[in-house]
Design a protein around this ligand. Structure first.
Ligand code: UTP
Length: 296
């Protein structure tokens, strides 16, 4: 499996201002979704796609993130002593998922700047980027499809999702042309957070990318864009429109379940949906949700 060698980068150095004050001392990627921090779902997704080397880009509240993926011998001993093998397994799993590395982004200068911090670790090879607050339901695999498309086309692959045109101003939007595969489009242009009128389509860029290393050279010279931040979308726009050796940009159109845990409403929906589907929690919760909904 060649994808075993691909590394993944998870940027988690944003300020998480939409979740203040919860994110004053905790990265938003550490907020629990049912009983695991959001970022653990993302690390599990990468591991399921065959990626075992993961670099997390950390910001000012780095300790909580680093500690979560470390082993905690005292806790493990206590659970072992109590014979609580179920919980012990879940604790050990979180530190056994992959080989996890950390690098700091000194100042949150944007997603493009965060990705550039991965250059030394990734080297001259294609790599995956997974946003640490963007959850893709494990029942609807996306990353594996993107890695396969990258291997078939030698190109940069981004994930796109159709959104309500009223919401496109919250995303990067893609101008696309069809390919002979209904779920894959050629990306001819990208605009970060356009107004509804300026959006080239209602295909929004979501938080999964398989990038060719050419993106690093472009990011080195990408000027701050929307919001004064160095935008990954701007570098991808250059890759999509240049005739260089980056192989162009293609989009995999994702039609599955996605939860943006950086947004408060979506975060709550994620918890409700994932908990309702769980075998251990669903049977008790589902009737309560129905009763509660009837009171609204
Ligand atoms: P967001 O724009 O969603 O994150 O970035 P944010 O800025 O933390 O959120 P708000 O709007 O203030 O609430 C998308 C992803 O990129 C990371 C974030 O951690 C998130 O996973 N990011 C963003 C960085 O790692 N560094 C940055 O400078 C900016």
């Amino acid at each position: 499996m060649p994808q075993k060698r691909m590394k993944a980068v998870i940027p988690a150095a944003g300020l998480g201002t939409r979740f203040l004050p919860a994110t004053k001392a905790l990265p938003k990627e550490m907020l629990p979704v049912v009983d695991k921090p959001a970022i653990q779902y993302v690390v599990e997704e990468a591991a399921l796609a065959g990626i075992h080397d993961i670099l997390i880009i950390i910001g000012r509240n780095k300790n909580a993130l680093a500690n979560h993926f470390d082993s905690v011998p005292e806790l493990e001993d206590k659970l072992k002593h109590k014979g609580d093998h179920g919980r012990l397994k879940r604790v050990v799993e979180s530190s056994d998922l992959a080989d996890i590395h950390f690098v700091r982004q000194g100042e949150p200068k944007g997603l493009g700047h965060a990705v550039l911090r991965a250059r030394a670790h990734v080297g001259d090879a294609p790599f995956a980027v997974l946003l640490g607050d963007d959850l893709i339901d494990e029942r609807d695999p996306l990353l594996t499809t993107m890695i396969d498309e990258h291997e078939a086309r030698g190109a940069t692959i981004i994930a796109l999702m159709e959104v309500d045109p009223e919401q496109i101003h919250m995303y990067g939007a893609a101008a696309v042309e069809p390919t002979d595969d209904a779920d894959v489009v050629k990306v001819t242009g990208l605009v970060e957070k356009p107004s509804k009128e300026d959006a080239p389509s209602n295909l929004a860029v979501i938080g999964r990318y398989v990038l060719t290393p050419q993106v690093f050279d472009i990011l080195e010279r990408t000027e701050p864009g929307k919001g004064g931040e160095i935008q990954l979308t701007d570098a991808l726009q250059e890759l999509a429109t240049s005739d260089g050796d980056g192989g162009g940009v293609y989009g995999v159109v994702f039609r599955g379940r996605r939860y943006d845990t950086g947004d408060r409403v979506d975060y709550i929906k994620a918890i409700v949906q994932l908990a309702a589907d769980r075998e251990d929690l669903g049977p008790e919760l589902r009737p309560w949700f129905k009763e509660f909904a009837a009171t609204l």
